[in-house]
Design a protein around this ligand. Sequence first.
Ligand SMILES: [Zn+2]
Length: 261
Amino acid sequence: MLCKICNSAARNIFSCKVLNKYIVSYYLCDTCGFIQTEEPYWLDEAYRDAINICDTGVMRRNIYFSKITSIILYYFFDGKAIYLDYAGGYGILTRLMRDMGFNFYWKDLYAQNLVARGFEYQKDYGDAELITSFESFEHFKDPLQEFEMMLSISKNILFSTNLIPYPVPEPKDWWYYGPEHGQHISFYSPKTLRFLSKKHDLNLYSINNIHLLTTRRLNILLLRALCKCNNISSYFIRRGMNSLTFKDMELLRRSRSFAEK
Ligand SMILES: [Zn+2]
């Protein structure tokens, strides 16, 4: 099997029972450290719910990601620009970011936008200053295609995924393989991210499981300090930004009454 990231030969490292019934082979690429499953024929079944039932961390994670995203945007990017949450799920992050005052839009080909309706990203909005995509890279069936689609909208991509520990763990030793829900099919190592950054001539910064690929050079010590003290950093951001919660409601009310005329 060829590696979906670097096209080198990938070797079978183990098999694992997915969705409690399918014996699935996993392949490791020694060139870029990427792990992929065999062709994932079980995805329709795995996605009967777009967000898997075992994902109890969905709210807690979105709140944390929104804080870290706001720090990066406020201190290192143009806080007034357009942003896109790619593979944005139910729209939770988009809504949280708009509540903080960042002009965020949502895009997802599979999930239903529940809480950020009215803020779907349209191509004619132009390029985004930065794209966020949290807990989606491990779901990508064709990660390179998704990554290049994101790059066509912005050269700054902030995303999260748990990196493969070293040495590569067996299925029973790493919960992130997630065979019980079958939605995780692409796994990245630090080497994979370095490969992607080099290929696209981008700088790579990682804070725990959050990664930024960007054309910009950031002061990593400052970034780490701001993220470590994220409650204090967020306090200054709240003071410096104007929430869009109320403005958005007015906007949607106006567009609705216009549509009803
Ligand atoms: Zn590879």
